[in-house]
Write a protein that binds this ligand. Structure first.
Ligand code: IDP
Length: 151
């Protein structure tokens, strides 16, 4: 049994794709262990994608991740990391295989709908970042609308 971190990015949340994306993981046989809708700040986005800090698209990536609510999730099951990456598909939706989330729902590499951890070590780090380290950063938001706080 393995756990992985999956995050529906702001484009997926705005387009109302939380349900279809969750359905794909559930249909495959994974168990949703934790989920929260949250708005992340730049510090968390930069830590999450720290490995890309020297890439030319890093600023754009952080802008994008902080542009709206994300849906952070922990999924568990057999080979959860690799299986989840397979369901998500290649980073660039143009290259993703039909039937994967990115092939079916996304057009562009910068707005590719969903993130999934790339190794068990990344999963552990990202779950801690979003579910242990993040409470102080997080605010609950309504599912619809663009940011009216519930509390
Ligand atoms: P992954 O999300 O499939 O693991 P990574 O290479 O780790 O892919 O890249 C992280 C994220 O950075 C991608 O999901 C995508 O949103 C963004 N990204 C990667 N390459 C580019 C690019 O060339 N332009 C803009 N954004 C990019």
């Amino acid at each position: 049994m393995e756990r992985t971190f999956v995050m529906i990015k702001p484009d997926g949340v705005k387009r109302g794709l939380i349900g279809p994306i969750i359905t794909r993981f559930e249909q495959k046989g994974f168990h949703l262990a934790a989920m929260k809708l949250m708005r992340i700040d730049r510090a968390l986005a930069e830590r999450h994608y720290g490995e890309h800090q020297d890439r030319p698209f890093f600023g754009e990536l952080v802008d994008f991740l902080t542009s709206g609510q994300v849906c952070a999730m922990v999924w568990e099951g057999q080979n959860a990391v690799a299986n989840t990456r397979a369901i998500i598909g290649a980073t660039n939706p143009v290259q993703a295989s039909p039937g994967t989330i990115r092939a079916d729902f996304a057009l562009d590499i910068a707005s590719n709908i969903v993130h999934g951890s790339d190794s068990p070590e990344s999963a552990q780090r990202e779950i801690a970042l979003f579910f242990d380290g993040a409470p102080a950063l997080e605010t609950m938001y309504r599912m619809t609308g663009d940011g009216a706080a519930l509390n």
